[in-house]
Ligand binder design. Structure first.
Ligand SMILES: Nc1ncnc2c1ncn2[C@@H]1O[C@H](COP(=O)(O)OP(=O)(O)O)[C@@H](O)[C@H]1O
Ligand SMILES: [Mg+2]
Length: 287
């Protein structure tokens, strides 16, 4: 059925392999970390991803928003190489790692063994501990997964991604199940790891504020494509009280179809109003 044209990038720094038939691998002029063109993923006769284009630059932090069921996880699975029933072109770095909303730790393996799970060769415990240290969990290396808190389990899952030294880190609503405080800590950790590692990140989230706190660019997926995108050109650390933050938030909420988030969707929003609405939106989500 579908043609599998998923290809790995050979260069660790994210240059793109030319996949055109009969050509030798080489660097694409763009040097992108992710390059997706004309991607289609159908389940039965329903195309969940429909002619999607996407480019992510090396080291870029991109947030992917969209209504539930619009195909975000499907896209992430394709980029992770977990789903190859596709049409179109998908170029990703060879070194990539994914962390899901549920940490997916094997209960019968100690934390450090979970971190190394699936790595080729015979990786040393030391590698796991180093990654666990990076997420502040070195002291729990010998623990059993069931003894971890939600936040700790999520950090272990992050360590499992980091130990792969990814050039592309794919995160599928990794903070979705965490309580508010743990979530803020986890967001800060990801921001820090991204700064230190310099890898490209694609973060799927349903939280507009999270997207704007972390990302260089926010995308909205709709109708199987990237229907809207905005650069988040604000200095870090980001301040949610910044009127520009409020304006971006209002525009994104509007694109996501959150009623009354903006008048015209083109930046003419009163920041205070936007703030009030976003707060309302958050409490509604929490209710
Ligand atoms: N393996 C599958 N078989 C059939 N339908 C699927 C499968 N995976 C996802 N879908 C459907 O594709 C759509 C997009 O799913 P998903 O990518 O998980 O959405 P999102 O992550 O944006 O909430 C949904 O309607 C879902 O039911
Ligand atoms: Mg999903």
């Amino acid at each position: 059925m579908a043609t599998d044209v998923h290809r790995s990038v050979t260069d660790v720094h994210g240059s793109v392999t030319d996949t055109a038939a009969g050509k030798d691998p080489g660097s694409a002029p763009s040097g992108a970390a992710v390059q997706v063109a004309g991607l289609v993923r159908a389940f039965g006769d329903r195309a969940v991803i429909d002619d999607l284009q996407l480019t992510v630059q090396p080291g870029e932090f991109v947030a992917l928003l969209g209504r539930s069921g619009c195909g975000k996880s499907t896209l992430l699975r394709v980029l992770a190489g977990l789903d190859r029933e596709i049409e179109g072109e998908v170029l990703v770095p060879r070194r990539k790692a994914v962390a899901f909303q549920a940490p997916r730790l094997m209960p019968w393996k100690r934390v450090w063994r979970n971190v190394l799970l699936g790595l080729p060769g015979r990786p040393e415990r030391e590698a796991a501990v180093t990654a666990l240290d990076e997420v502040g969990l070195g002291h729990r290396a010998d623990a059993w997964p069931k003894t971890l808190s939600g936040g700790e389990a999520q950090r272990a899952s992050l360590a499992r991604a980091l130990v792969r030294e990814p050039d592309l880190l794919l995160l599928d609503e990794p903070f979705g199940a965490l309580d508010a405080l743990t979530r803020i800590k986890a967001q800060r950790l990801v921001a820090e790891l991204w700064r230190e590692r310099g890898c490209a990140v694609l973060l799927v989230t349903h939280d507009v504020e999270e997207a704007l706190l972390l990302a260089d660019r926010a995308l909205v997926m709709e109708g199987g494509r990237i229907a809207y995108e905005t650069t988040v050109d604000l200095p870090r650390p980001r301040d949610i009280a910044d009127p520009r933050f409020g304006a971006l938030r209002a525009r994104l909420l509007d694109r996501l179809g959150v009623e009354g988030s903006t008048d015209d969707g083109a930046g003419g929003t009163d920041p205070a109003e936007a703030e009030a609405e976003a707060t309302e939106d958050r409490s509604a989500a929490a209710a």
